[in-house]
Design a protein around this ligand. Structure first.
Ligand code: BG6
Length: 512
């Protein structure tokens, strides 16, 4: 994956600022945020003048924190650690411990920010990153507001990055938004979705709007269906406590998958910055009509994994994972058919599926084109060959495949399906990245295109909420209904087969 230039094309470093990370001793901070900030520094996209203040409950101090993050970076950096770069980074790192419920923590934080700004001659810009449990989002923002830390001036911005999940249903998302907007303007809120930091997700926009050949056929006249698969081999691991209250619909569909879908389906924006992109994305979500209960039953499939084999190893059932209720009805798999009801997409099914403990780890978008209007080369032969398909491989391989029909060499006309493959790894320089670089950088330059505006969060909950309601009212009776290491319950296949399609999975190297 490349950490080269951000999508928005700025070639200056971020604004000088103080970065405050709530949840400084958590997993996200050590695995992603610190390595991403370090990568930005190496790329000269972090401002030369910056400071980082970690805030967490655990007792520590600046010195101990510096030692800890030095150990962490040596373990989690995405490539080697350059000593002079890290030395300069670490001397700008500070720590305060405190309870997020305690107003005193925020008074201390205010003084610490002021001291750090003085020491490093920093302007008043502060980026707050909420890498904490969602139960603290509203609390931390409220305390920041009460401590006067969210107030902007003409030459000092205050921005808050909020992790997912943003609410657990439509009402709680609305409540959370109402809470945080008491202390923040929408333009100060950066609702992060790490899928939008992925190189090949950003490439969807470049692919669609940087090439003139695809846009004219990017519609219902030429496209028969769209499939989005986000499959994981991992189970819930140590996150059973969170996941059992969530399920894949909330965990993956409401945010990551609907976000990818809106990039695939949106109209061309007038520019690739801020609200132009967000305006178009939200229109797609608003065009997906929330399902009636009977449509939920017809068009959605849920599953939960039982025991099975992953990479030749026996793995346990979801219900026996740590912190999971042994009678849990939480879904670990979903497949569904959605319709984007606008002129571009009317009647084109968008099939999406996602799950844990599936047969492979893959995220890919398959665009299935309609068959040629006249089969000139022998009906039997030609109808056995699938129509053209375009596959956007997002992970683990990153690239693009276009299947075309071509004549096999020889005197007879024999037609084969030929994959034209483009592998991102073979494309120019790339450096390892965490996927958070672009997002952190964009926040430091005030670029919002890759963050969710509240209207799109609301629109995606409006799509997901009726499904949650029906599933809650009619608990699944057949869980667990798929073995680990498979592609989910059979009903997921039936969902697409009844429309004359099937699910596709094409590893980039072996496209058939
Ligand atoms: C997170 C979900 O948002 O995304 C996890 O909470 C999931 O359950 C993860 O495993 C997948 O991210 P990635 O980048 O590995 O596809």
């Amino acid at each position: 994956m490349s950490a080269n230039q951000p999508l928005t094309g700025h070639d200056r470093p971020g604004d000088p600022c103080t970065i405050v990370i709530f949840g400084a001793s958590g997993d996200l901070t050590k695995r992603k945020l610190l390595p991403a900030l370090y990568n930005l520094k190496v790329l000269k996209l972090l401002p030369e003048n910056f400071a980082v203040i970690g805030v967490a409950v655990s007792e520590s101090n600046d010195e101990l924190y510096r030692t800890k993050i030095t150990e962490d970076i040596n373990e989690f950096a995405t490539s080697g650690v350059d000593k002079p770069e890290w030395d300069d980074f670490v001397k700008r790192a500070y720590y305060i411990s405190g309870d997020f419920n305690d107003a005193g923590t925020f008074t201390t934080l205010g003084s610490k920010i002021a001291d750090v700004q003085k020491t490093h001659k920093l302007p008043g810009n502060v980026l707050f990153y909420l890498a904490v449990s969602p139960t603290f989002f509203a609390k931390v923002v409220d305390q920041l507001g009460k401590a006067g830390l969210t107030t902007e001036t003409e030459d000092a911005w205050r921005r808050v990055i909020i992790e997912k999940p943003f609410g657990r249903d439509l009402q709680s998302a609305r409540d959370l938004n109402a809470e945080i907007t008491k202390s923040l303007h929408e333009k100060q809120i950066y609702r992060i979705d790490h899928y939008l930091g992925k190189e090949t997700v950003q490439n969807i926009m470049v692919f669609r709007f940087g090439n003139s050949v695809f846009e004219p056929i990017w519609n219902r006249r030429y496209i028969e269906y769209v499939q989005i698969t986000v499959a994981e081999e991992l189970g819930v691991e140590l996150r059973g406590g969170y996941y059992d209250q969530s399920g894949v619909l909330r965990d993956m569909v409401q945010n990551h998958i609907l976000s990818v879908l809106s990039l695939i389906a949106m109209e061309p924006p007038t520019s690739i910055t801020g609200d132009s992109v967000r305006n178009e994305k939200v229109k797609v979500l608003e065009a997906i009509r929330p399902m009636e209960p009977e449509e939920v039953i017809e068009n959605t499939i849920r599953g939960q994994y039982g025991p099975g084999l992953i990479d030749g190893q026996n793995v346990p059932a979801y219900r026996t994972e740590p912190d999971v209720n042994p009678h849990s009805n939480t879904e670990t798999f979903v497949a569904m058919k959605l319709k984007v009801e606008n002129w571009r997409w009317a009647e084109v099914p968008f099939y999406i599926r996602s799950g844990k403990r599936l047969a492979a780890r893959t995220t890919e978008v398959v665009i299935g084109f309609r068959r040629a209007p006249l089969l000139l080369f022998g009906k039997e032969v030609e109808s056995e060959i699938p129509p053209n398909r375009l596959v956007l491989h997002i992970q683990p391989e990153e690239g693009i495949t276009l299947d075309i029909h071509a004549k096999r060499p020889g005197p007879k006309i024999q037609i084969s399906n030929i994959p034209l493959n483009f592998n991102y790894n073979e494309f120019g320089e790339s450096s390892a990245a965490t996927g958070y670089e672009t997002l952190l950088y964009d926040c430091m330059v005030g670029e919002t295109a890759l963050f969710h505006r509240y209207d799109s969060v609301d629109a995606s909950w409006r799509i997901v909420n009726p499904i949650l309601d029906v599933w809650q009212a009619l608990p699944a009776r057949d869980f667990p209904n798929y073995a680990s290491g498979t592609w989910g319950p059979k009903a997921s296949d039936d969902l697409v087969v009844r429309d004359g399609h099937r699910w596709h999975h094409y590893p980039l190297a072996t496209v058939k």
